[in-house]
Design a protein around this ligand. Structure first.
Ligand code: 0X9
Ligand code: ZN
Ligand code: ZN
Length: 429
């Protein structure tokens, strides 16, 4: 190689790196809006969902039985209007400029980072979360233990923390941030870890010391970093597809439990709920499965943190024709969570039901896999704040109130579990 071609090659490498890691290379959402689309028939639903296959112009934010929340590029409004009129669907605007919310959030993050440390007045990056975890592990060495689920597709370590004050406690597993853009979940998980270790409140001490906690603050590490550096609205993993130029799999459709059944996931690699080429195709989900399988006899309760829409979702997700054997108990436990949240002064209301019953069939999700395949009889997806005003870009002022709701909710949930006999030891540890 001549010096000349070497320099060109070097320049290219620098350019490419600069382009992919450049700070201002973030996707922008200027004048992107979010609409609530209300429909009545399944046909209307699939027509609207089809729009979202054009990811540049339409992106699905949230799906419920009778409405979709859809983000729309400024140029695609006419197309939406045509579909709305043609199909007799009603549309209500609730976010007029997504970028404005992202800018506001970024400002808050920058300001808080300038004051120095990790905290809950902003959303922390993966590096910040891991550095803070190290501090916590160093400060509380007798009651905490570091664990590693495995490596992500891009080679990042997926970390967890176990908190255990004594032996023979029932176990609670918290999976958080499996969906990359749901930042409130890792903010809440880290706040809970901090409370369990530092609070002197009696309720918190009881909760912390009488249960073993397995907490994974960020499961989808690649997607999470991608939301911080490139695309705030990314949901899936970051593994490329063999059959499409679309990247990533919905990790919450990738578990090997009734995988891809009943339209509970998409086989289109471009869809937000793409189930992947096969169950456990995503290394993050395989890692989670390997780890949980190893400790399942210590796990009485599985909680998967998501946002948004303020819901507690029990199994089954893969069918609404059947209900799990302990459905009544699952509903009583969910109600306890909801009642506790409502006892706080914030006015936040949670609804609950089986995932397929009150939302839509979703197969291969964490809580169904834990319930069906790992024998965890108390297993929920929890969808945190809000109900759509801010959606995924929940202002940081909500972090602590949301986390307080999670704390009292989980405390009440575990009380109810205990009363119903679900916190007995499954094996001698
Ligand atoms: O669709 C999902 O994966 C969850 N909602 S989200 O908006 N966070 O993406 C809900 C999953 C609930 N369904 C099952 N647990 N099966
Ligand atoms: Zn099945
Ligand atoms: Zn989610």
């Amino acid at each position: 190689m001549s010096l000349y071609s070497f320099l060109i090659a070097l320049a290219l490498v620098l350019f490419v790196q600069g382009a992919s890691f450049g700070k201002d290379e973030k996707l922008r959402y200027d004048n992107y809006s979010v609409y609530k689309l209300k429909f009545e028939t399944q046909e209307q639903r699939s027509i609207l969902k089809k729009l979202a296959e054009n990811r540049d112009n339409f992106r699905l934010w949230h799906e419920a039985r009778d409405e979709l929340h859809m983000m729309i590029s400024p140029g695609a409004f006419a197309e939406l209007e045509t579909e709305i009129q043609k199909n007799n669907v009603s549309a209500k605007l609730f976010i007029s400029n997504v970028q404005e919310l992202i800018d506001f959030e970024e400002d808050a993050n920058l300001k808080a980072s300038r004051d120095g440390s990790f905290g809950w007045t902003k959303y922390n990056t993966l590096d910040e979360i891991y550095a803070w975890l190290d501090e916590i592990l160093a400060s509380y060495p007798t009651v905490t233990e570091r664990f590693v689920l495995g490596q992500s597709y891009e080679g990042r370590t997926i970390r967890g923390i176990k908190i255990s004050y004594k032996s023979n406690n029932p176990g609670v597993f918290i999976e958080s941030n499996i969906h990359a853009r749901e930042w409130i979940t890792s903010a809440t998980a880290t706040w809970l870890i901090n409370e369990f270790l530092t609070s002197s409140d009696e309720l918190v001490r009881d909760l912390a010391e009488n249960h073993d906690w397995y907490i994974v603050p960020v499961l989808n590490v690649d997607g999470f970093v991608y939301t911080h550096e490139k695309d705030r609205m990314w949901r899936k993993t970051r593994q490329p597809s063999d059959i499409s130029s679309c990247v990533g799999v919905d990790p919450n459709r990738n578990y090997d439990s009734h995988w891809m059944e009943n339209d509970g996931a998409s086989s289109n690699p471009c869809a937000e709920d793409y189930g992947g080429p096969k169950p456990f195709s995503e290394p993050e989900i395989q890692a989670m499965s390997d780890y949980v399988s190893g400790v399942k006899d210590n796990i009485n309760v599985m909680l998967a943190f998501h946002s948004y829409s303020q819901l507690l979702l029990s199994p089954y997700g893969h069918t609404k024709e059947e209900f799990p054997p302990n459905y009544d108990d699952l509903m009583a436990v969910a109600q306890a969570y909801g009642d506790a949240v409502e006892s706080l002064p914030y006015g936040t209301v949670y609804r609950y039901g089986s995932a397929a019953g009150i939302l839509y069939p979703a197969s291969g999700a964490t809580n169904d896999w834990a319930y069906n395949e790992q024998g965890v009889e108390i297993s929920y997806t929890i969808e945190f704040r809000d109900t759509g005003r801010y959606g995924f870009i929940l202002p940081p002022a909500h972090i602590v109130p949301n986390a307080e709701e999670a704390l009292v909710g989980i405390a009440a949930l575990l009380d109810k579990c205990k009363e119903l006999g679900y916190l007995e030891l499954k094996s001698t540890k």
